[in-house]
Every structure is written in structure tokens, then in C-alpha cells.
Design a protein around this ligand. Structure first.
Ligand code: SF4
Length: 226
């Protein structure tokens, strides 16, 4: 006999939204179970909150507000430098707010303003060696999360990663997700038709799931018509 109040009937952070069309409503006593889609988002939100708390704790020990820790993380993957406007978009903050944070990081010697490689009149932002050192410390604060993923079977890790990339690509169709240079949203990406692995046309090489890029420097966004 199932319990009178099944654990799965607990409300998610989004509440028990009605099941989307095409999904059967569970029979009693499970009828209050939120749709799988809501529970997936709930799980991701909870993992994100735990991970962010870990980073923020590490950032506080470096006397950095969370947004400045986020800036160091974004710059770490882009040694060529980025524009302030791009940073603001990625952080979902105003250019003025991003500018204040960057000014503080420059003052701390963690970020440098240099000439942009593609336009000598424009300014690009890069990590300084000291900034890279701090960013590495912040990344280490996430090692407990990486350890938990690494404990899963390798095939499950790859499948989970591929599904998260697909979800990100889906979210990028809306205005709620900043640009990310991941394979599924790249014009060079050819999804597997089942006979073999995915393929990257840029380097004309097979691209197994375990090697998919989350943030590829060679990424080229698809056109709406692609
Ligand atoms: S260029 Fe980069 S992002 Fe695009 S498919 Fe190839 S590896 Fe993926």
C-alpha cells in the first residue's frame, strides 16, 4: 500500500502545476505529483543554489561580492578578452552595474582593461595573473559538485551532459538565457542520426557526446533559418 501522503506529492518550488498535455495525470494517491518538467527544473534549481552558495562562500573569503566572482569566471574562459556590454548581458545586469563591478575588480588588480584585438579603439576586459589565481580558488570550491558527478557511471555523466546541453539550446530560443557557445546551438554541429556519433563540420571530425563543448571558442551561432 502506498503511503497516504506520498513523498512525490510534495510541492516543488514551482508548485504542483497541471500536467502538460500529452502527460497522463497520475491516479490517486499520486494525482498531486507535479509534472516531470517542473521537477527537473526544481532539481536543477536546487543544485544551482547549493553550488552558488559554495562559490559565494569562497568569494566572500576573497572579499568579492558574488557578481564579481561571476565576472572572474566568465573572463577565465575568454583569454582574448570581452566587452563590457557582453559581460552585462551574460550577468543579466545593466551596463552601469557591470561597469561598477569591473571598476572594483580593476582596482583590486584582478582584471585588466586592454585594447580589443578586433578594434584598437575598443576596450576588452581580461583576467590578470592575480585574477586567474583567485578564479582557480573559486573553481576549487565547486569540486564537491564535480566529485558527485564523477561518482556516476561515465555513460550516465555523458548522457546527463548531453541532455543539459539540449535543455540549454532549448532555453536559448527564449530571451531568458544569455548566449552560450555550446555545440547544439552551433552551425557546425551535426547531430547524430543514430548510426554514429555527432559531428563537428568545422574540424570535420566525429564528436562523441562525452566531448561536446559547453563553451567553445570556435562556436558559430546558427541562423534562425539553419
Ligand atoms: S565548432 Fe565548437 S561548438 Fe561548434 S560543433 Fe565544433 S566543437 Fe561544437
Amino acid at each position: 500500500m502506498p503511503p497516504a501522503k506520498p513523498p512525490s506529492a510534495q510541492r516543488t518550488t514551482q508548485g504542483a502545476a497541471p500536467a502538460p498535455s500529452g502527460h497522463a495525470t497520475p491516479p490517486p494517491p499520486w494525482q498531486d505529483t507535479p509534472p516531470v518538467s517542473a521537477r527537473v527544473i526544481d532539481a536543477i534549481t536546487r543544485i544551482g543554489a547549493v553550488m552558488r552558495a559554495g562559490v559565494w562562500q569562497a568569494a566572500a573569503s576573497e572579499h568579492l561580492p558574488p557578481v564579481q566572482a561571476d565576472i572572474l569566471d566568465l573572463l577565465a574562459a575568454r583569454p582574448e578578452g570581452v566587452r563590457l556590454s557582453w559581460l552585462a548581458t551574460q550577468l543579466s545586469v545593466s551596463p552601469a552595474s557591470a561597469s561598477d563591478s569591473v571598476t572594483s575588480l580593476v582596482g583590486k588588480g584582478l582584471v585588466a582593461k586592454v585594447k580589443a584585438a578586433d578594434d584598437g579603439r575598443a576596450v576588452a576586459l581580461r583576467l590578470t595573473p592575480a585574477g586567474r589565481k583567485v578564479q582557480r580558488k573559486l573553481t576549487q570550491a565547486l569540486s564537491f559538485g564535480q566529485d558527485a558527478v564523477a561518482a556516476l557511471p561515465e555513460a550516465d555523466q555523458a548522457a546527463l551532459f548531453a541532455q543539459l546541453l539540449q535543455l540549454i539550446a532549448q532555453l536559448q530560443h527564449s530571451a531568458h538565457f544569455p548566449a552560450l557557445r555550446s555545440c547544439p546551438s552551433c552551425r557546425h554541429f551535426r547531430a547524430s542520426t543514430g548510426a554514429g556519433p555527432h559531428h563537428c563540420t568545422l574540424v570535420d571530425a566525429p564528436l562523441p557526446v562525452a566531448w561536446l563543448r559547453l563553451d567553445c571558442p570556435e562556436h558559430s551561432p546558427r541562423d534562425a533559418a539553419d
